[in-house]
Design a protein around this ligand. Structure first.
Ligand SMILES: [Zn+2]
Length: 506
C-alpha cells in the first residue's frame, strides 16, 4: 500500500466525494429507494480513516498562517472531520433515507399522504382545517419516528467531534476550523431580530388577515407554509413557462444554463423524490444535477433560480483547481450565488421581463416578497441562536424542544411544534452559511449593479464576467474575502434590512 500523501488524499478524496454525491442524488431524486452509503465508506476506508485525519491535521498545523497551504489544509481538515463524523452516523443516515421514502401519514383516518409530500400538501390545502389536519398527522409521525432518528444522529455527531479535541467543544471546533465567529454572527442575529421587530409587528397582521383571514394569535407554522406558497400570484407563474423563462433569462445574460451539457435539469414529478429541491454536484465541474419536485407556481420559480445559482457555480468552476477549491471550502459562497439568483424574484425589472406579472400587480408581489424575506431572515437568525443553544451543551436535551418552540415562534410569529426540534436543524451550523450567504448576495448584487447597471441580469457582458471572475474561483475564497474583492464591503445585515424596508413601503 502506498503511503497516504496530499496527492493521494486529493485524488481519492475526490473519488469518494463523487460516489457519495452520486448515491445521494439517485436516492433523493427518487431513482433509487435506498442509498447504499456504507459500501462507499468501506471502499474508501483509508480516505476516511485516522491516517487521513492525522495527515490533514499535520498539514494544517505546519502551514504558515495566511498562506495558500494553510487555506488548502484548513478546507481539507474540515472535510476530513465532516467525512469521519459522517462515517460515524452513516447507518443512521441510510435508515433515515429509507424511512423517509416509505413513511406515510394518516390524515384523520380519511386519507394517506406520503410523509415527503406533507409540506407540499400543507402549503396547497384549500381549507385551513385540512391544512392543520395534515400538519397534525405529520407531527405525530415526526415525533414518534423521525425525531428519535435525528436526535441520535445529532448526539453521536456532537460526541464524535468533541472527542477529537481540536478545540474546546462543538462550537469552538467549528469556529477554529472555519474561521467563522459564531458568537459574532449570533449577536448580529439577535440584533437583527430586535432591530426589525417593529417592522415585523406592523406587517404580519396585515398579511395574515389578507391572505389567510386569521390573526397572529392563531398563526401556526403550517399557516406560514400556506402563506408563503403565494397562491394568489400563481397565475403569473405557470408551470409550463418555468423552464423556458429561466432559459431565456440565462441566454440574455449570455450564460449557457446547461453549461455545455455539464448540468442536467431533473424537474419531473417522481414518486420518492424529495420535496426539498437540491443541486447535486456529482463531478465538479463536469457533472451536476439540478433536482426539483414541482410544487407549482411562485415557489418553483424561486427554487429553480436558487438551484441554478448552485449548478452554474459548480459547473463553471476552474477544472485546474485542486479538489479542495472545487469541492470544499466555505459553502456561504455557493449559497451566496444561489441567493444572488433567487433574489431576482425581488427585482421589479426581472419580474416584469420573465414572469407573467404586469405593472398592476408587481408592486403587490414585491411587498409580499419583502415580507417573506423578512420572515425567512428572522427564522434563520432564530435557528442559528437555537442551534447555538443545542451545541453549546448548556441546555438539557429534554428541554431543547421547548427552547426550539419558544425561540422560533417568538421570532417568526408562527407557532412551531416541539416535534420538529431535532428535524428542523442543520448539522454543523449550515444555517450560518445561509446567513452569511444572504449578506454576501446583497454585496454581490450591489457590485453587479455598479458594473452592469440595474438590469445586469440581461446584460450579455455580465454573464461572462460572472463566470470568469466569480464562478471560476470555485470555493477557494471565503464569503468574507469574496465580499471584499467584489465591493470592498464587509458582510452585514444592514443592506438587507434597508432593502426590506424599501420593499415593504413600495
Ligand atoms: Zn442552497
Amino acid at each position: 500500500m502506498t503511503a497516504l500523501t496530499l496527492e493521494r488524499l486529493r485524488r481519492e478524496g475526490q473519488a469518494f466525494s463523487e460516489e457519495i454525491s452520486r448515491e445521494g442524488y439517485l436516492a433523493h431524486a427518487g431513482h433509487k429507494s435506498t442509498a447504499d452509503l456504507q459500501p462507499i465508506y468501506e471502499r474508501h476506508a483509508e480516505i476516511v480513516g485516522e491516517g487521513a485525519l492525522e495527515l490533514t491535521l499535520d498539514l494544517f498545523r505546519s502551514a504558515a498562517a495566511g498562506s495558500e497551504e494553510r487555506r488548502s489544509a484548513g478546507y481539507l481538515l474540515e472535510w476530513q472531520i465532516e467525512s469521519q463524523s459522517g462515517r460515524e452516523v452513516v447507518e443512521l443516515d441510510e435508515r433515515e433515507i429509507a424511512w423517509e421514502s416509505s413513511a406515510v401519514i394518516d390524515v384523520a383516518g380519511a386519507r394517506r399522504v406520503p410523509y415527503q409530500r406533507a409540506a407540499i400538501e400543507i402549503a396547497n390545502a384549500k381549507h385551513r382545517q385540512e391544512r392543520l389536519a395534515i400538519d397534525e398527522a405529520r407531527a405525530k409521525v415526526a415525533a414518534a419516528e423521525h425525531s428519535p432518528l435525528r436526535l441520535e444522529r445529532i448526539q453521536r455527531e456532537k460526541a464524535y467531534i468533541e472527542e477529537l479535541e481540536i478545540a474546546p467543544g462543538y462550537v469552538g471546533t467549528f469556529e477554529a476550523l472555519t474561521g467563522i465567529s459564531l458568537a459574532d454572527l449570533g449577536s448580529q442575529c439577535a440584533a437583527f431580530i430586535a432591530d426589525t421587530q417593529a417592522m415585523w409587528d406592523d406587517t404580519l397582521p396585515f398579511f395574515l388577515r389578507r391572505s389567510l383571514e386569521i390573526t397572529p394569535a392563531e398563526a401556526t407554522r403550517a399557516d406560514a407554509l400556506a402563506l408563503f406558497r403565494g397562491r394568489e400570484f400563481d397565475g403569473a407563474f405557470p408551470a409550463s413557462d418555468l423552464e423556458p423563462a429561466i432559459r431565456r433569462h440565462a441566454a440574455e445574460l449570455a450564460i449557457d444554463p446547461l453549461a455545455g451539457g455539464r448540468i442536467t435539469f431533473d424537474l419531473a414529478e417522481r414518486e420518492g423524490k424529495d420535496s426539498r429541491a437540491f443541486c447535486a454536484p456529482v463531478r465538479v465541474p463536469e457533472e451536476v444535477y439540478l433536482v426539483l419536485r414541482p410544487h407549482g407556481g411562485v415557489t418553483d420559480y424561486t427554487t429553480l433560480l436558487h438551484e441554478l445559482g448552485h449548478a452554474l457555480h459548480f459547473a463553471y468552476a476552474d477544472p485546474h483547481y485542486p479538489f479542495e477549491y472545487r469541492w470544499l471550502g466555505d459553502n456561504s459562497v455557493t449559497e451566496g450565488y444561489a441567493m444572488l439568483f433567487d433574489h431576482l424574484m425581488q427585482d421589479r425589472g426581472w419580474l416584469l421581463r420573465y414572469t407573467g406579472l404586469g405593472r398592476n400587480d408587481v408592486g403587490e408581489f414585491l411587498r409580499m416578497a419583502s415580507f417573506e424575506e423578512l420572515h425567512f431572515l428572522r427564522r434563520y437568525c432564530a435557528k442559528l441562536l437555537y442551534e447555538l443553544e443545542v451545541y453549546s451543551g448548556k441546555t438539557g436535551w429534554d428541554v431543547l424542544p421547548e427552547a426550539y418552540v419558544e425561540t422560533l415562534s417568538t421570532a417568526t410569529g408562527f407557532r412551531y411544534r416541539s416535534a420538529d426540534a431535532f428535524i428542523d436543524l442543520d448539522p454543523r451550523f449550515y444555517s450560518s452559511r445561509y446567513l452569511r450567504a444572504w449578506q454576501l448576495q446583497s454585496v454581490l448584487a450591489q457590485s453587479l449593479v455598479g458594473r452592469f447597471d440595474e438590469d445586469w441580469f440581461r446584460n450579455p457582458a455580465a454573464g461572462p464576467w460572472i463566470v470568469e471572475n466569480l464562478f471560476a474561483e470555485g470555493q477557494r475564497e471565503t464569503a468574507t474575502e469574496l465580499a471584499v474583492r467584489a465591493s470592498g464591503a464587509d458582510l452585514s445585515f444592514a443592506p438587507l434590512a434597508s432593502a426590506i424596508e424599501r420593499g415593504l413601503t413600495g
